[in-house]
Design a protein around this ligand. Sequence first.
Ligand SMILES: C[S@@+](CC[C@H](N)C(=O)[O-])C[C@H]1O[C@@H](n2cnc3c(N)ncnc32)[C@H](O)[C@@H]1O
Length: 223
Amino acid sequence: MTRATVVAVGPGDGGFLTGKGAGIIAGADVIAGFETVLGTARPHAKPGAEILSMNYPNQEAQLDLAAARAADGKTVVVCAWGDLNVSCNELLDRIRQRIDEVELVPGISCIQIAAARSGIAMEQSLFVTLHRRYGHEEQLDDLIHYLKEARRNVICLPRPFDIMPAALCRRLMEAGIDGARAVTVHQRLTFDDESSADTAIADCAETGDGDYSDLTVMVFPKP
Ligand SMILES: C[S@@+](CC[C@H](N)C(=O)[O-])C[C@H]1O[C@@H](n2cnc3c(N)ncnc32)[C@H](O)[C@@H]1O
């Protein structure tokens, strides 16, 4: 029986890593995660902990290695960005394919920070992620549906880098969404260079796709 813990490290600023998560990282023999995520986890690692740095091409191989370490009886932690219940399914599936028992330690999501910055309540909001390898067209249909329904605020993660805010707003207008509708584009939330722009869908559509960080959340307030 192999075991691992997935610790969600928050949206960037290390102050948003929970005490629980930091404690579990500090006890780990092996810590795996994408390099940006490890930036938050590393300061808590114990001396000598093995760090498995992942990127898109090597992630399967690094997770295989993490699973082998778990089979050797090592304490293995895989770190996830933000919260692990938010747009993290593909990573969790990869871990579950390799490890028998996976404990999940939630964290603070970028969508919570975006909701706080926009001053909106979760119970009056819906969340749609386009940030996935497969199925984003279906999610885009959902986004259009909910925006037309106009009953709730919609929080949306774009898809780096082919469906970023400008391209997304163009597609929304093609689908019949009013270009005068408000949208706030939050970038790099909790980092020193964080920014938030209140604009209209039509104005956002005129911006350049290259104007946006991969760390971008869009909030469409209920009209
Ligand atoms: C694969 S999703 C993971 C989300 C993460 N599990 C969470 O709860 O924040 C990655 C996307 O989340 C958004 N994101 C994550 N951190 C962010 C931040 N600090 N500021 C703005 N957007 C962020 C971006 O849209 C990014 O492309």
